[in-house]
Design a protein around this ligand. Structure first.
Ligand SMILES: [Fe+2]
Ligand SMILES: [Fe+2]
Length: 215
C-alpha cells in the first residue's frame, strides 16, 4: 500500500468519524433550509404536554440520527453511482430534519437522546450491510425505511397536542420530504424487502422509540 492510498483511507475514516460526531453532538447540525416552525408563535403549553412533546421530538431526532448513519454506512460500501446524487440530496434534507428537531427540543427545554451514539453505530452497520447486498437491496432498504418513518410521523401528528403548531409544522415538512426520499429510492430501482426483514426493522424501531422517549 503506498502512502497516498493509506492517507486516503485515513481521510475517509476521519470524515466518517467527524460526521458521526457532528450528528451525535447536540446543536452541531446546520440546516440549509430554515425551520418550518420559524415564524410560528410558541403557545403556552402545560408542563405535562411539554414533556410529552419533548419525548416525541426526541424520538424523531433519534430517527434522523439513524438516517444520517444509514446514509453514511451505505455510502461507505454501496456502488450507487447512478443514484448517488439523489441519495446525497436526501442526506442533506435529513440534516435539516436533524437540526429542526434539535432546535425544537431546545425550545422545549429538553435534549436529544443520550443513546444516540448507540443508535448511530447500529444504523451505520445496517446501512453498510445493505450497501454490500447490492444497489437494488440498498435502495429497497431506503424505500422501506422511509415508508416506516412516514407511518410513524403520521402517528405522532395525531399525538401532538393541538396547541403545538411549531412541532406540527416540522413534522408536516418531514413527512413530505421522507415520502419523496422513498419514491426516489423506488424509482431508482429499489426492490421490496422480504417480509421478515421488514418486520425486524419495525420491531427494532419499536424498541428504539420506547427507550428514546425517556432517555
Ligand atoms: Fe428525515
Ligand atoms: Fe428521509
Amino acid at each position: 500500500m503506498d502512502t497516498k492510498q493509506r492517507h486516503s483511507t485515513i481521510d475517509k475514516f476521519l470524515i466518517q468519524f467527524d460526521q458521526a460526531l457532528r450528528t451525535c453532538s447536540p446543536g452541531a447540525a446546520q440546516a440549509r433550509r430554515s425551520s418550518p416552525a420559524a415564524g410560528l408563535s410558541d403557545s403556552e403549553l402545560k408542563l405535562s404536554d411539554k414533556k410529552h412533546i419533548a419525548g416525541l421530538m426526541r424520538i424523531n431526532h433519534t430517527g434522523e440520527v439513524c438516517a444520517q448513519a444509514l446514509y453514511q454506512g451505505q455510502a461507505a460500501t454501496a456502488k450507487l453511482d447512478q443514484v448517488r446524487q439523489s441519495m446525497e440530496h436526501a442526506a442533506e434534507e435529513e440534516v435539516d430534519h436533524l437540526a429542526w428537531c434539535d432546535e425544537r427540543l431546545q425550545q422545549l427545554d429538553s435534549r436529544p437522546s443520550l443513546l444516540n451514539p448507540l443508535w448511530y453505530g447500529i444504523s451505520y452497520g445496517l446501512g453498510a450491510a445493505a450497501g454490500l447486498a447490492g444497489d437494488k437491496w440498498s435502495l429497497g432498504f431506503v424505500a422501506e425505511t422511509e415508508q416506516q418513518v412516514c407511518e410513524h410521523l403520521e402517528q405522532h401528528q395525531q399525538e401532538l397536542p393541538e396547541a403545538d403548531q411549531k412541532s406540527r409544522a416540522i413534522l408536516n415538512q418531514m413527512i413530505e420530504d421522507e415520502r419523496q426520499h422513498g419514491e426516489s429510492a423506488k424509482q431508482a430501482g429499489g426492490s421490496e424487502l422480504p417480509l421478515p426483514i421488514r418486520q425486524a426493522m419495525s420491531a427494532m424501531s419499536v424498541v428504539m422509540k420506547k427507550m428514546t422517549y425517556r432517555l
